[in-house]
Design a protein around this ligand. Sequence first.
Ligand SMILES: NC(=O)c1ccc[n+]([C@@H]2O[C@H](COP(=O)([O-])OP(=O)(O)OC[C@H]3O[C@@H](n4cnc5c(N)ncnc54)[C@H](OP(=O)(O)O)[C@@H]3O)[C@@H](O)[C@H]2O)c1
Length: 210
Amino acid sequence: MFSIVVAMEKNNGIGKNGTLPWPKLKGDMKFYRELTCSHSTSEIEQRYGLGDNSKKSFTSYPEFLDHLHSHRPISLSNNSALPNAVIMGRKTWDSLPEKFRPLPNRLNIILTKQQFTSKVEKVYFTNSLEDALVYAKNAECPNTFVIGGCQIYIEALRQQQCKKIYITKIDSVFDCDVYFPAIKNEYTTNISGYTVSEQLLKYQFTKLEI
Ligand SMILES: NC(=O)c1ccc[n+]([C@@H]2O[C@H](COP(=O)([O-])OP(=O)(O)OC[C@H]3O[C@@H](n4cnc5c(N)ncnc54)[C@H](OP(=O)(O)O)[C@@H]3O)[C@@H](O)[C@H]2O)c1
């Protein structure tokens, strides 16, 4: 079983020129890091209003941060714990600034058709999504997330094991050259979480679930 995590603009755009089309959104980055590092997705869902259809809105990132800090501290996986797995395409891996990769405290699995080997701990290159999922399972990762890009989302959405899609919906239009693929109707639970305004943009945390 695994989940997809994505941020998209109004027309389902997710990327432009090998990077994100929008400015850095601290609230979304925080959600992304906490979700993919936590062993308890339900705890993170509660924290971001995804446990129920919660309609809270925050007019700035500091206001949102105050709200998050009013919750009890969450426990994120660290080096001593079994990490979650994040599976990504080679282009998404390339798009991560060198100082941020591998994504810390997570097993980074990168899909490529080329022959890459890694000498770095917690980084694994492979040439199929099936193998990536088996690798994460054998490594006893508590949670596995497919984090993009488009080519990998297309494959992930075909898998029966994909049970949840976390979408941060940005309420604006950006010029994009990569789009999230169409989602089948079988995702029946549709939860809208908190809305945050930041960098003159408004975005909402949402979750689709089978
Ligand atoms: N908004 C978001 O949440 C989000 C998230 C992630 C990424 N992005 C954006 O999305 C863009 C990148 O997406 P993308 O679709 O162009 O690239 P991608 O999916 O990240 O990577 C594509 C690469 O993955 C490898 N690959 C694809 N299918 C494979 C398979 N079946 N088996 C083995 N390897 C496979 C190939 O690597 P090789 O060429 O090495 O063979 C391919 O070139 C960037 O702009 C990035 O910033 C946005």
